[in-house]
Ligand binder design. Structure first.
Ligand code: GLN
Length: 194
């Protein structure tokens, strides 16, 4: 079977790290900056970065509605940190009016942007993660947390009491950055579901 073609939304954020992680996880990884590139992928990663900036660029490049439409049709997606925020149905503390992070509505959840950041800007923790053997070392940077999940959403990991990883069908989101640690198990989990 040929490798699945996975796009990384390459408007802003840690695109290179996700491309490398996806290749190590066995996918053919490619950048997505335009509609024709979006149409050509079997799955999409939305990287960590700044969700307000990624949202702004999606609107500027007329990619917002095409991306929403592909997600609504079931395009598998994985979002880390800013990407988690964008995959939500509802975003709290979404940013300044007119520059807000825009929900792509792929996962039925309410996410609070910069939630941990109000307490501590960044931290690391070892987490239990459903479907992965052994602890996952998680790096959180101005990270969101999940305040509500819908009935079809499976919680995959928590940091303390807060939900930090979820899955709904073939959409996965983590509040932390596995692309930064060299641990490819979460990218493999995503790629193996394609
Ligand atoms: N705070 C960022 C945002 O709102 C996310 C941080 C990150 O991706 N490391 O998008």
């Amino acid at each position: 079977m040929s490798a699945k073609r996975v796009g990384v939304l390459a408007l802003q954020g840690d695109v290179r790290e996700h491309l490398a992680a996806l290749r190590e996880a066995g996918a053919e990884a490619t950048t997505v900056r335009r509609r024709s590139e979006l149409d050509a992928v079997d799955g999409l990663v939305i990287p960590g970065g700044e969700s307000t900036t990624i949202s702004h660029l999606l609107r500027e490049l007329d990619l917002l509605e095409p991306l929403r439409a592909r997600l609504a049709e079931g395009l598998p997606a994985y979002g880390s940190c800013a990407g988690m925020i964008m995959l939500a149905t509802e975003i709290l503390d979404a940013g300044a009016p007119g520059r807000e992070a825009t929900p792509l509505k792929a996962i039925d959840m309410t996410v609070r942007r910069n939630a941990f950041g109000r307490q501590v800007d960044s931290f690391e923790a070892d987490l239990d993660f459903t479907g992965i053997d052994g602890p996952v070392h998680a790096v959180f940077i101005r990270a969101p947390w999940v305040e509500r999940v819908g009935p079809d959403v499976e919680v995959l990991a928590r940091a303390g009491e807060h939900i930090v990883a979820v899955r709904q069908g073939n959409a996965i989101a983590t509040a932390f950055h596995p692309e930064m640690t060299g641990d490819r198990r979460i990218h493999k989990l995503f790629v193996s579901g394609l």
